[in-house]
Ligand binder design. Structure first.
Ligand SMILES: Cc1cc2nc3c(=O)[nH]c(=O)nc-3n(C[C@H](O)[C@H](O)[C@H](O)COP(=O)(O)OP(=O)(O)OC[C@H]3O[C@@H](n4cnc5c(N)ncnc54)[C@H](O)[C@@H]3O)c2cc1C
Length: 379
């Protein structure tokens, strides 16, 4: 059994208040315009939320996985973009912690401590997101620099981020395990440009872009770890990010259920509130069961991860896969509870359905999670 600490409960209340007062009022507009909401980032930074995963000496609280999950879930109830950005920040701070030397941690953590700068994570390429080994980006050492050529795609916040962990082959002949390296790509790097910005179904406040590297010069002091450490560094954050992304999509769906409950109590059909019909009650009950099951798996795994328990990789794959699929189902059910109004942009549930769908792909698709899980259960 697990229980949140008093600090975690307080954090949840703080984030909830911020979500209701400052974030939710902007969420529909951010979705409509598709413009990255720097004003909301300022709110998150001023309240120390953006910096939570940083060590204390850099203004963070070295937030554990459970705390990051709580914050991701709570933010997502009110604002998809804010929660999405926290998942990315949490992931990248872990990447820098895992792969960076003391000088690199100091250099990048100092910049992230102000809350003015954000990060992106650049792995996927047009040659295939699931098949990471098929990536084509190459990094060749030339004096004090690495020269990088290649294209990353679908990179969330890539066009607005300042600090971007990026993966490239330094020795393709050695394959993914020993040939891949991790770098920090900085905004303004010569030879680095932003390519196509995707026009997405949901999560529209988080830009997803191509990052184009044409003889981009990354200084050797931005290599994380040693050459060939890329895969290990990449995997260092993945279990945690699967859980925060799982809680992110859980929060979206919980927000949809909360809205649907309120609506069902108000909307009258055949002379009665629709909440009095068993057909609607059963649907709402099913949604609540699905989310509670998802929450249990996510937080149990997060709690085990914070305790240093084994088996986290298998459980985090299960939790993320389950949470994403449940959230899409629950948000779709929420749309149907609102009837035709659920389909209209005037109501928030259609947006939540579109936002929840994004989690089907983040941190690996359901098929890739199932392959991972099957690998474990088949030994
Ligand atoms: C909105 C959004 C934001 C994203 N943000 C980022 C980001 O910030 N950084 C980043 O690096 N990437 C990001 N991605 C990329 C994401 O991780 C990939 O889309 C995902 O890994 C799938 O890769 P793909 O799109 O190339 O699909 P493909 O790998 O081409 O897969 C296509 C289909 O085939 C299935 N498939 C593939 N291989 C197998 C197999 N062996 N067995 C069974 N089925 C298989 C897949 O599950 C999928 O259904 C983002 C994607 C989206 C949609």
């Amino acid at each position: 059994m697990f229980e949140f600490t008093e600090e975690q409960k307080m954090m949840r209340e703080t984030v909830r208040k911020l979500g209701i007062e400052k974030l939710e009022p902007r969420a529909a507009e951010v979705d409509r315009t598709g413009e990255f909401p720097w004003d909301l980032m300022k709110v998150l930074a001023e309240n120390g939320i953006l910096q939570l995963p940083l060590p204390e000496e850099y203004g963070g609280i070295n937030a554990d996985t459970t705390t990051l999950c709580i914050v991701s879930e709570e933010l997502a109830k009110y604002c998809n973009t804010s929660s999405f950005v926290i998942c990315i920040q949490g992931s990248n701070m872990k990447v820098i912690s895992a792969g960076g030397n003391e000088e690199q941690k100091d250099r990048f953590f100092k910049r992230l401590s102000s809350g003015d700068e954000i990060t992106a994570f650049a792995l996927t390429e047009p040659s295939g997101g699931s098949d990471v080994g098929a990536m084509k980006t190459r990094a060749v050492r030339q004096g004090d620099n690495y020269i990088l050529n290649g294209t990353k795609c679908f990179i969330s916040c890539g066009s607005v981020a300042h600090i971007i962990p990026l993966f490239a082959y330094t020795d393709p002949g050695k394959g993914l395990k020993d040939g891949l390296s991790a770098f920090i790509l900085e905004k303004g790097t010569p030879g680095f440009t932003i390519g196509k910005k995707e026009d997405k179904l949901g999560a529209r406040g988080v830009p997803a872009s191509e990052l184009i590297l044409e003889d981009a010069r990354i200084p050797v002091e931005n290599l994380l770890g040693e050459e060939g450490d890329g895969l290990e560094i990449c995997l260092s954050a993945i279990n945690i990010t699967r859980l925060t992304v799982g809680c992110h999509t859980l929060g979206i769906a919980q927000g949809a259920l909360d809205y649907a409950i309120g609506y069902a109590k108000e909307r009258v059909a055949f002379g009665k509130p629709i909440a009095s019909f068993q057909g609607i009650q059963f649907k709402l009950a099913d949604m609540a069961i699905q989310l509670e099951a998802s929450r249990s798996l996510l937080y149990r795994t997060a709690f085990m991860s914070d305790k240093g328990a084994s088996g986290i990789e298998r459980l985090s794959s299960m939790a993320k896969c389950f949470a994403a699929e449940v959230s899409v189902d629950v948000t779709l059910k929420a749309v149907t509870v609102l009837g035709g109004y659920g389909y209209m942009k005037e109501y928030p549930v259609e947006r939540k359905l579109r936002d929840a769908m994004c989690s089907l792909f983040m941190e690996g698709t359901g098929e890739i999670q199932r392959l991972n899980i099957a690998r474990f259960i088949l030994g």
